[in-house]
Design a protein around this ligand. Sequence first.
Ligand code: GLU
Length: 308
Amino acid sequence: MTMLQETAEKALQHGKQFIPQGKVADYIPELGKVDPNQLGLCLLTTDKEKICCGDVDHRFTMQSVSKTATLAIALQELGFDEVFSHVMMEPSGDAFNSILKLDLASNRPYNPLLNAGAIEVISLLSPTSSFDELLSYIRVLCMDTDIVLDEDVYQSEYLTGNRNRAIGYLLKSKGVLQGDVLKTVDLYFKMCSLSVNARSLAGFGLILANGGIDPYSGRRILDGWVCRTVKTLMLTCGMYDGSGEFAVRVGIPAKSGVGGGIMASADNRMGIGVFGPSLDDKGNSISGIQALEYLSHELNLHIFESQR
Ligand code: GLU
């Protein structure tokens, strides 16, 4: 067993202790059916070491982690100015589906990792990108050709998604969202319902950590500035309204989703994928955060760790 494998196993055991303190998401009926006692960790390093422990093969839906993917694609395809003329780059401190600041304080959504911002970004992509094209792009970003739409979760999102439709209509009423609201929100539901595993999220984190280049093929998938921009927003806004505390304690750019996934990207070192469906009160994987904090300390992954 390598030193990295040993550290990952210990991080897994450490994280598991916290599972009983959280609970699985149940605001969408389909998500409530998952076994909360699972935890999987996958580490893919830039020098091609692969570490997997725990429940790494279990498929779950990407949920809000997809917001980082659609942001990366939009930046790559449409450019920095076009994207950020429609959405800001500021942490909001509000819940992921909040409508408050959008209604009262601003016309543009606060950032692309909140529902309002992600829906806006998808509205920019939808005239030129179909669901199938976005799916193919995400398969490349995650280095996982097996990603498909989870129909049951998608139906559940669709049937319960009126708040997201309300966000879409509010954006439309402000003249920020172009195009058809219901089609845009439908594409957003589909992005949330893509089924990934911890390995796929580690793959995405690895491409971001490696400046946009897939280290296995040597192929450039994203420009360096796209990775830098996405990772910065992950650090400031990626863990819902727990982003500040996560940045202090763990210090690795990361994005979570209510399906229990966390995609983390330790610059020049590794991508880390986590699956732990027991969530804290902010909607982040409770065991996943603990496992990442353990890894950050043991492997010196904190972005502001001084090397001296
Ligand atoms: N599908 C979810 C929603 O918009 C995404 C939730 C999340 O992972 O934050 O309600």
